[in-house]
Write a protein that binds this ligand. Sequence first.
Ligand SMILES: [Zn+2]
Ligand SMILES: [Zn+2]
Length: 237
Amino acid sequence: MRGKLKGISNYCLSLFFPVSCVGCGKDLINEEGLCQECLDKIKYRKEPYCHKCGKNEEAGFLCSQCRNIKYYFERIYVCSLYEGIMRECIHSFKYKGKRILQQPLGKLLIAYINEKVDLEKIDCLVPVPLFKSQKKRRGFNQVDLLTKKIGKHFSKPQIVDNLIRIKKTSPQFNLNRKQRKENVKNAFKVRNPQLFKGRQLLLIDDVCTTTSTLNECARMLNQCHPQGIFCLVLAHG
Ligand SMILES: [Zn+2]
Ligand SMILES: [Zn+2]
């Protein structure tokens, strides 16, 4: 009954304050942030892909490029491709303050985890942090919001603000692989290593391209002697 009432009140609210789909602009009534049609347009990362860089690989789980790179995490789980609607969504979520997008994007990640990620072996969730002033300007860290949704759904503890970003880094998108690595070097710090010691961690980020940020986070986390580090990203591209 409660759910029904909530549904009715949401419906009434939407009549006065119609919320439009971030993808196509049409008014939404029962959906949040994105319409079903736009949701269906999201492209998922097809398997197999390299378990370190997240890119498609014909054979095996390790691509030739990654064989010579030191990785500090076990593997990466990639939900979707950073293009089209997904790109639009993440952009609106991060830079246009569309917090509502935590609903469809959170649901998407939950569905993905249900299907692909063995969460049994994970002890806690760790979001990739923003630099303090970045978070303040934005009002929230979109990755924290997604991590909270996942944690709540699966009853997994989230350890937020223990891995912190201590260096203001330039945006990674127009840098090459080497520059990206340099850019994020020593950008993170762990406040209390004991919280990560002996635990299986799932490090979560929204977008990744070369996994330099995730690998640098994992390098710091590794110094706390966790049992293992896994990564999950919403979109790759
Ligand atoms: Zn739409
Ligand atoms: Zn690779």
